[in-house]
Design a protein around this ligand. Structure first.
Ligand code: DAH
Length: 357
């Protein structure tokens, strides 16, 4: 009997002191499990004399019932505690202000990309693409740059280490190689624009080492400078969203066009900002001309049969001009304050029907 009393005291103390449900279950198994201390005692009843059993039976069964009740009680208490702790840890203060959620926006360069393709798509141009990493042939040679042509230096290119064939690939310095790729892979008539990334060793307020250009190319029979002029003037009026745009063509030199020209737009520079459609200053915005017969021949086209015009312009610079950004390098600095200020809504994709910007 003393054994039973001390076992009961020991078990009761253990149950009361159990720190968590796992500890309590371990105690239950040790006492009431298949080979637990109390279960073993119950098993021993079978080998007792009837007299012994008379007193031991109720005593052991009583102990089992009391310990089982104690465990159940403790279990309920521990479960209540666990629930309370969980509720406390998952508590939400609904009166707290929600943390600000960052709103995504469209980068101005991508906005201008979309504006340009919308305008040119409406004029019947398809969009073409080419690789950022170019070879000498597509970036220079096919475009009529002679091996020692100073324009190769002028472009200040990012060259890679020579490959196994001894050829130095480069990050394309302009989108003009896409002209060549298009002429070599498609049959005229051709009418494409090719927007994309371009790279040059240049960094100041109006230059960034990575920037974006759009190239235009039209190849057909009887194409002349008049078509180029109309296309670019129409483009300018659409892009700047005013009929008041005045443009002028100035003779220029590019190896891949003959004749070549640069186009300026009239603007007003007074008051620290540039306004298109008024004033008496001029701003150069693009280059273009008639595709050089040598370039046509390099691409497998007969210049006596096919003519065309090409043009190229800087997308970022055009965007900075339209949307008033003072420094081109900020466009690629990854500063969220800048993009918050200059970014565009993703829900207002430019299209000619509802407006561009
Ligand atoms: N590739 C020239 C540049 O990066 C831009 C250009 C000028 C492209 C005249 C043309 C063109 O297609 O006809 O400066």
């Amino acid at each position: 009997m003393t054994d039973l009393a001390s076992l009961e005291a020991e078990l009761a103390a253990a149950v009361t002191g159990a720190a968590d449900l796992a500890a309590l279950d371990a105690i239950r198994v040790a006492a009431l499990g298949k080979t637990g201390s109390i279960s073993n005692m119950l098993k021993s009843l079978g080998s007792m004399s009837p007299d012994e059993r008379k007193t031991a039976g109720p005593a052991i069964n009583g102990l089992r019932d009391r310990i089982a009740a104690l465990i159940a009680e403790k279990k309920a208490a521990l479960e209540a505690l666990a629930l309370e702790a969980q509720l406390a840890s998952e508590r939400l203060d609904l009166t707290l202000p929600a943390p600000p959620r960052r709103k995504g926006s469209v980068h101005p360069t991508m906005q201008v990309f979309d504006e340009l393709t919308a305008i040119f798509a409406e004029m019947g141009f398809a969009v073409a693409e080419g690789p950022d990493i170019e070879d000498d042939f597509h970036n220079f040679t096919s475009l009529n740059f002679t091996p020692k042509h100073p324009a190769r230096e002028m472009h200040d290119s990012f060259f890679f280490q020579p490959n196994d064939a001894g050829e130095r690939m480069l990050l394309r310095t302009h989108t003009s190689p896409v002209q060549v790729r298009t002429m070599m892979s498609q049959k005229p008539p051709i009418r494409i624009v090719a927007p994309g990334r371009t790279y040059r060793k240049d960094s100041d307020q109006t230059h960034s080492p990575m920037f974006h250009q759009i190239e235009g190319l039209v190849i057909d029979r009887d194409i002349h400078m008049g078509h180029l002029k109309w296309t670019l003037e129409t483009f300018c009026r659409r892009f700047f969203e005013t009929e008041a745009v005045v443009t002028r063509f100035r003779p220029h030199h590019f190896p891949f066009t003959e004749p070549s020209a640069e186009m300026d737009v009239q603007c007003d520079r007074s008051g620290g900002s540039i306004k298109i459609g008024e004033g008496s200053d001029w701003l150069e915005i693009l280059g273009g001309g008639m595709v050089h017969p040598t370039v046509l021949r390099n691409c497998g086209l007969d210049p006596d049969e096919w003519q065309g015009f090409a043009f190229g312009l800087g997308i970022d610079r055009l965007g900075a001009l339209k949307y008033g950004m003072p420094d081109l390098r900020d466009m690629f600095s990854g500063d969220v304050r800048w993009i918050d200020h200059y970014g565009f809504s993703a829900f207002a994709a430019p299209n000619p029907a509802t407006g561009l910007s």
